[in-house]
Design a protein around this ligand. Structure first.
Ligand SMILES: Cc1cc2nc3c(=O)[nH]c(=O)nc-3n(C[C@H](O)[C@H](O)[C@H](O)COP(=O)(O)OP(=O)(O)OC[C@H]3O[C@@H](n4cnc5c(N)ncnc54)[C@H](O)[C@@H]3O)c2cc1C
Length: 386
């Protein structure tokens, strides 16, 4: 670091969920890769922290994500083997909600389109199997056994470990202040000097608005909160067979995870959130509490997780970067064809990090992406705003 010679094939800005995977995939091809992060991963200031992330395939958001998820599952499995650790806990996932809502019809649509194994049960049958989960009698319920959770920080660290093993240079505690590109190279100004490469990948998570101001109109940063409850009753642990859960309720979408390491049942509200400009300008970020959000989560737990109780032991803030349609942006920047971006993951991107890293590396190396990424083009918003 610190030279001005164009020695890198690719520079990756960001070593969080997506950037760590991108760095690994690039390094595996033999590309000379520089990964830069302003903090030391896996840190708790962005979007990839808080112990766990749900992973599932019967994707209510849209069936077009399922092929990506099938590849992501394979890649997470490879990462577990290569780093000899368990990253994916296959606890299963229970989803409950109105039959004419968003979640249950969406799950069924993806499962039918891609022939995915799911089980349809009534809320009463769910409660019989797991007394700690309930839904309204007229709701639908689906169990996806092949779903579960990823250990989020361990996944980031595993990708970075593999990236380094394959020769990627990783620089932490190094901010990127500016970047530019012309038809034959990109230039990045960092705390340590100027770096040049043939290609740039920007995986800046909730800092993408700062790194690419032209995308700001389509990226909203939301401060969200995670809550851990110490269960009052028994049966909420992974080792008791308790699953991950997701409810679509009148007060929004809520989800959570079984206890697996003594820190409690983690619950969060997928809906809502407080808009902010950028994480570093979020003055209230240090363990800020949102009373209304916390009360909604407690009310949710009281109504839909019988026996859990409301002993809230800790909470943590985290950021979503949401697009207007809540679908991802995976593209090259229209005016900078040597700059690939993965952004706007809208609070559901971590499970895809492994495959998003592979896609970003293919794009940066000028290869045809292995999947149809046209639904994720940035131009879908730019066209609408004209
Ligand atoms: C509360 C919460 C719950 C979630 N639950 C789920 C879930 O259950 N399942 C799921 O699939 N997804 C979930 N998500 C979404 C998922 O976690 C995110 O989509 C994903 O982690 C985003 O990864 P990222 O690489 O884009 O961002 P990050 O991991 O934040 O990485 C961005 C990196 O870029 C670095 N960076 C930025 N700017 C600069 C700069 N100028 N110079 C140097 N470095 C820079 C940052 O330091 C950071 O390390 C959740 C998110 C939150 C917040």
């Amino acid at each position: 670091m610190g030279s001005t010679l164009a020695i890198w094939d690719v520079i990756v800005i960001g070593a969080g969920g997506v950037g760590s995977a991108t760095a690994m995939h690039l390094a595996k091809t033999g590309a000379r890769t520089l990964g830069i992060d302003q903090y030391s991963p896996a840190h708790a200031r962005g979007s990839s922290h808080g112990q766990t992330r749900i992973i599932r395939q019967a994707y209510f958001e849209h069936p077009c994500y399922v092929p990506l998820l099938q590849r992501a599952y394979g890649l997470w499995g490879e990462l577990e083997q290569q780093t000899n650790q368990k990253l994916f806990h296959r606890t299963g996932l229970v989803e409950l909600g109105p039959m004419d809502g968003v979640v249950i019809p969406g799950v069924l649509r993806s499962a039918i389109t891609h022939d995915l194994p799911i089980e349809r049960l009534s809320p009463a049958e769910i409660r019989e199997r797991w007394p700690g989960v309930r839904g309204h009698d007229d709701w639908g319920a689906v169990v996806e056994k092949n779903a579960g959770f990823l250990r989020v920080e361990q996944c980031v660290e595993a990708h970075l470990e593999m990236a380094a093993d394959h020769g990627c240079e990783l620089v932490h505690h190094c901010g990127v202040h500016q970047w530019s590109s012309n038809s034959h190279e990109v230039s990045v100004v960092t705390d340590h000097g100027i770096e040049k490469a043939a290609q740039l990948v920007i995986a800046g998570g909730p800092w993408t608005r700062t790194l690419i101001p032209s995308l700001s109109p389509w990226l909203q940063i939301l401060r969200k909160h995670l809550y851990w409850f110490q269960p009052a009753g028994h049966g909420f642990r992974e080792k008791d067979g308790f699953p991950c859960f997701f409810h679509e309720t009148d007060s929004g979408f809520f989800y959570g995870f079984p206890c697996f390491n003594g820190t409690g049942v983690k619950i969060a509200r997928h809906s809502g959130g407080q808009p902010i400009e950028a994480p570093d300008q979020d003055s209230a970020k240090e363990n800020t509490v949102d009373d209304q959000d916390r009360q909604l989560v407690i009310d949710y737990a009281n109504e839909y997780l019988p026996g859990l109780g409301s002993r809230l032991v800790t909470s943590a803030p985290c950021y979503y970067t949401s697009t207007p349609d809540e679908h991802f942006v995976i593209d090259r920047l229209p005016d900078h064809q040597n700059v690939t971006i993965v952004a706007g993951l809208s609070g559901h991107g971590f499970k895809f990090a492994s495959v998003l890293g592979e896609l970003a590396s293919q794009m940066a190396l000028g290869r045809e992406p292995a999947f149809d990424i046209s639904p994720f083009a940035i131009t879908r918003f730019q066209r609408e705003s004209k």
